[in-house]
Design a protein around this ligand. Structure first.
Ligand code: ATP
Ligand code: MG
Length: 360
């Protein structure tokens, strides 16, 4: 069996540090490891429309933003197929068949969906498409025979749902679909990066993000406004590290080499944390350090983005070619699935439905 990656992002805004530590950074590592036979990264515009149907312009505008972010962090079109979900019709066909294998109550019990319904204020007016997006996500994953899905922790219940669909489908129609495995960031704090306001998740919809494309000045301002320990008022006060967003970000981004470069009076993050806990270490100092650490990652990304922005036609051509390749793959899987479901009335004589009449 081939090792295949599929994952993606909704074009509801530019990508942010949460995407980076939760999934993007890993994708690039996996891509460069050379261990995968095929890699598909999808811009999930159809999924974005399930809760943005009244704002199609937002989704349309952000397709290129996400593509630029992909290529700026190091996703390489020579190795990785980047494509747009709506341009692959087979995915909708898969979705339609999978909908018969899932109950409405099962979707309503999905913890991620429940949280997102609350967050978006849908109450009882939930768009059918939104409730159904876990099913369409199962279509995306299985259409590409994905074995590995690198995502953030909020996606766990969605991958669970995909596995259930694979199980039901294969039980009824034979061993057709590949069972995917979720791949979370190794560092637990990276699996769900909080927002700069300290809220549980950095999310485009919550407006608490540091974007990969933010200017250096934007990043500085955002870091300086970050939530820390509300009881750490004077420098000499002992401070708390747990739940302190600056330290959470340092946990995700900081390496020992950063101390050598920007804060040589400490050797590592443990020493910095100990000092903060004891008291005598001010928020401004740790924020300035975090700014430098983040800039170490963000500067090269920003530079590559600026280069790519000068040649948008090239970025468009990458997406266009990606869609062609994605269609080829998804159509082949769909053919396999429909053969197994016997939805292939005109394909070959032995299996034709007219056989019922021809038999003596
Ligand atoms: P939206 O608010 O429109 O849902 P989002 O910011 O949640 O946008 P998605 O496009 O839904 O972003 O998520 C894309 C991928 O990034 C998923 O794998 C998700 O788990 C991961 N991800 C998103 N936010 C974070 C975060 N704060 N920490 C870790 N991973 C994240
Ligand atoms: Mg999301």
């Amino acid at each position: 069996m081939k090792d295949i990656i599929l994952t993606g992002d909704r074009p509801t805004g530019r990508l942010h540090l949460g995407h980076y530590v939760g999934s993007l950074r890993r994708r690039v590592e996996l891509q460069n490891s050379g261990k995968f036979d095929e890699i598909y990264i999808m811009i999930a515009d159809s999924q974005a429309l399930t809760d943005n149907a009244d704002n199609p312009e937002k989704v349309r505008r952000n397709i290129l933003e996400v593509a630029l972010d992909y290529m700026s962090v190091g996703l390489d079109p020579k190795v990785t197929t980047m494509f747009i979900q709506s341009q692959v019709p087979a995915l909708f066909e898969f979705t339609a068949y999978y909908m018969n294998l899932v109950t409405v109550s099962r979707l309503q019990r999905n913890p991620t969906i429940k949280e997102e319904i609350k967050q978006r204020g849908f109450e009882t007016s939930i768009p059918v498409g939104f409730l159904n997006y876990p099913v369409s996500q199962a279509a995306d994953i299985t259409a590409f025979d994905a074995t590995c899905v690198p995502v953030g922790e909020d996606q766990m219940p969605l991958i669970e749902q995909t596995k259930e669909i694979v199980h039901s489908f294969n039980r009824i129609y034979g061993d057709v679909l590949v069972n995917p495995k979720i791949m979370l960031a190794e560092n637990e704090v990276c699996q769900r990066l909080p927002g700069i306001d300290g809220k549980a998740k950095m999310s485009k919809s919550l407006g608490n993000c540091i974007y990969l494309a933010d200017t250096s000045e934007d990043v500085r301002k955002k870091v300086m406004s970050m939530y820390t320990d509300p009881n750490h008022i004077r420098v000499q006060d002992p401070g708390t590290v747990e739940g302190n967003t600056v330290f959470t970000y340092l946990d995700c981004f900081c390496k020992d080499k950063h101390f050598e470069k920007y804060l040589p009076e400490y050797h590592n993050l443990d020493e910095l944390k100990d000092h903060y806990r004891r008291g005598g270490l001010g928020d401004v100092k740790i924020k300035k350090f975090l700014f430098n650490v983040l800039e170490d990652t963000l500067q090269p990304i920003r530079q590559r983005r600026q280069e790519l922005e000068k040649d948008i036609d090239y970025v468009m051509s990458v997406l266009h070619e990606g869609c062609i390749k994605a269609n080829k793959k998804a159509n082949a899987t769909l053919k396999r699935a429909k053969d197994a479901m016997k939805i292939n009335y005109f394909d070959n004589d032995e299996d034709s439905i007219s056989e019922y009449y021809k038999k003596p």
